[in-house]
Design a protein around this ligand. Structure first.
Ligand code: SAH
Length: 266
């Protein structure tokens, strides 16, 4: 194993505290005893309290087996408690390689896709000496999971969301983690976010018919953009754009399935 990077906060500590308090004191336990009934069986551990780190480590192992290889991305994926970003009814699926509903008709991307996109972003040529990306813009905060992963790998992250309810949810999900370099913005990301530009990296979590010109304008020279874009036949593909001093280079990679990029705020 290579050395762990020194992240700004120990997210695992936050996750453990949050979960332990739930799993060690089930709300029914005291009342049941005084009622004089048969002592209830203890609720079995859900697997997301004491051992969430182990379940997450297993997810990382699978990411590695599927061909992902950037140590820093894998470590960040092993650090952020994905189960705290989704509805508790779905928490037992949090570390499976599946996309899950986050409300408002939107979904959190599969861990594999999150890791792949961030790995691609980091393969651009704009890494700092620390191995981190500089300023990054994420279009589509959703529940805030990918923004948390990005914040561990970038100097500053600006993440914009067009659905007010999700913006608020992400704020709540991220608050305990105290990530001072993560800035959540409620707004339409179609014109990018000029406030944080120029960006070393831009990553979109929603797919449009093309890449807005503003995103390319707001990309720094040497920066990279990774986004799903609808190509021929309505199929979405992952597109990578590198901005060089001579212009831009575009690569079309594998097919993907993201929620649509939509204009305006709701
Ligand atoms: N990265 C997110 C994935 C969220 S799904 C996560 O980890 O949960 C994609 C999100 O993009 C949705 O929440 C959707 O509302 C948002 N979105 C779509 N079009 C947008 C736009 N023009 N500006 C900002 N957000 C947008």
């Amino acid at each position: 194993m290579k050395q762990r990077p020194s992240f700004p906060v120990k997210l695992e500590t936050v996750a453990q505290t949050k979960n332990n308090s739930v799993s060690t004191s089930p709300s029914w336990s005291q009342g049941q005893k005084s009622a004089g009934n048969k002592t209830p069986e203890p609720i079995p551990a859900s697997g997301f309290g004491l051992d969430s780190a182990a379940v997450r480590a297993n997810m990382v192992k699978k990411l590695l087996q599927s061909g992902l290889e950037d140590d820093l991305v894998l470590q960040a994926m092993g650090t952020v408690p994905r189960h705290t970003f989704i509805d508790s009814a779905l928490a037992n699926q949090a570390y499976e390689d599946t996309s899950l509903p986050i409300g408002f008709g939107q979904t959190i991307s599969k861990p594999n896709v999150v890791a792949r996109m961030i790995e691609l972003l980091r393969q651009g040529r704009n890494l700092k000496i620390t191995g981190k990306l500089g300023r990054v813009l994420e279009i589509g905060t959703g529940c805030g999971y990918q923004a948390a992963v990005l914040s561990l790998l970038s100097t500053e992250v600006y993440s914009i969301e067009r659905i007010k309810g999700l913006h608020e949810k992400a704020k709540e999900n991220l608050r305990p983690m105290r990530l001072p370099n993560l800035h959540l913005i409620f707004g339409d990301g179609m014109p990018g976010f000029a406030g944080g530009a120029p960006y070393a990296g831009i990553i979109a979590a929603a797919g449009g018919d093309n890449i807005p010109k503003e995103w390319i304008d707001q990309l720094d020279t040497g920066g990279r953009l990774v986004a799903p874009v609808v190509t021929a036949g309505g199929q979405q593909s992952l597109v990578v754009i590198d901005k060089n001093k001579d212009g831009i280079e575009k690569s079309i990679l594998e097919n993907v399935l993201f929620v649509p990029l939509k204009p305006g705020i709701i």
